[in-house]
Design a protein around this ligand. Sequence first.
Ligand code: ADP
Length: 278
Amino acid sequence: MSDIDTSQFLIKTEPYYRPVGDEIDQYAAAYDVRMPVMLKGPTGCGKSRFVEYMAWKLQRPLITVACNEDMTASDLIGRFLLDINGTKWQDGPLTVAARIGAICYLDEVVEARQDTTVVIHPLTDHRRQLPLEKKGELVDAHPDFQVVISYNPGYQSMMKDLKQSTKQRFGAMSFDYPSTGTEAEIVAHEAGIDLKTAERLVQVAQRSRNLKGHGLDEGMSTRLLVYAGQLIAKNIAPQAACQMALVEPLTDDGDMRDTLQAAVTTFFPEVSDSSKVA
Ligand code: ADP
């Protein structure tokens, strides 16, 4: 089935990715043997960026699906659509990926209902096949096809978990927020601010991360730090930038907001000193 324009799924320019360990080599080895890979870790810590980078490096098309609880198996596999000539089958993203040999990234897969998740089972064992039952077709996955899933183990206790029968089809890599220096480097690069300011943002985030489980479900992500940095780079005063990008998104609780705001003022005392944008 080569009437699909594969190039639309290729990542043309190198995404900025700052390695934090051996993850590039490990993933490349897993891809070499077409091992399905699970990326575990908190939200906004670099999992999606890593997959984009690897897809670029391996020169594979990348098809990303943001999973949610309303998603059905048909949303992944495909469905018959009505058109003027009757009905017409339309492949879903998983089917397209299997046909063209893409990396299919199912982001936050735990959000999807378990009966949806099981459709990836025959693609993630020796069969590497996808049955399109409604269409009466059995798709053999392209040799380059690979499934990657991400999920945040932190949410599990509150919500749902992946079935063991799903989990045990994947090699897993754990991601976390990088060390202070590395995270500051990332934030400085992504937001276009100086390293010192980025470091202070990281320190604010670290305070919030210590509050995880003590009134916060999650600490401030690297993504939010980048947002704060971007506001600062647009000449928004650091305190206001932190309020908007770091404090408000995290909590609706007044006391917790005060606590986080106090952490902000510790590292960004009023009328900023040397924290101006480079
Ligand atoms: P996740 O998929 O884990 O929720 P993302 O990959 O979207 O998170 O990361 C959020 C943002 O954080 C990215 O857009 C990027 O700006 C930044 N980021 C985090 N880690 C890295 C890293 N190691 N290298 C480069 N950018 C990173």
